[in-house]
Write a protein that binds this ligand. Sequence first.
Ligand SMILES: [Zn+2]
Length: 181
Amino acid sequence: MAEENEFKLGADPTVNYPIQVQYCGNCSLPIEYCEYYPEYEKCKQWLERNLPTEFEKMKLVEDGVSDLGTGDDEKKRQKRGGKGMLKTKKKEDVPKLVTVSRAPRGKKKSVTVVTGLSTFDIDLKVAAKFFGSKFACGSSVTGDDEIVIQGDVKDDLFDVIPDKWPQIDEDSIDDLGDQKR
Ligand SMILES: [Zn+2]
C-alpha cells in the first residue's frame, strides 16, 4: 500500500474534480491562451461579459500597460458599468501626475491623450467637456483615467490645465511626447 502513496496519479484531495477549464467563447481556447490569439481584444470583451471574474484577473495582470489602441475598448468597458470597480482599485497609491502625449490618428491627424486627471480628483467627464469647448474639438473620456482630445493641443495644455485647475501646477504635468502606434 506504500506504493499508492508514492504514485499520486489519482485525485488530488485539494482539487475539485473535474478541473474546470474555462473556455473562451470567442476563440474557443482555454482562456489562459487567449492572449496568444490574434483577436485577444474580442476575447477580452467576451470574457468581460461571460466570466467577469476571470476578466478582472487578466486585467490586473495587464494593468500598467497603457496601450492607446485599446482606447475604444476602455470606452465600452465603462459604458457597461465596470467603472466603479476600476476606480476604487486605481485610487490607492497612485502618484499625482498628469501626463499628456500626442498620438497619431489617421494619416495626418493627431490626437492628444491626457491621463492622470483623476489623481487630482477631477471629474473626467467635466474635464473632457471643458477641453472640448476650450479647443472647439471632440474630447472624450476613453479610459478610467484617460481623455483623448481630437486635435494636437498638447502644448496648450501646459497653460490650460493649471489655469483651470490651480491644484495642478505645470511641474505635475509630464510631457510624454509622441506616442508611436
Ligand atoms: Zn479567447
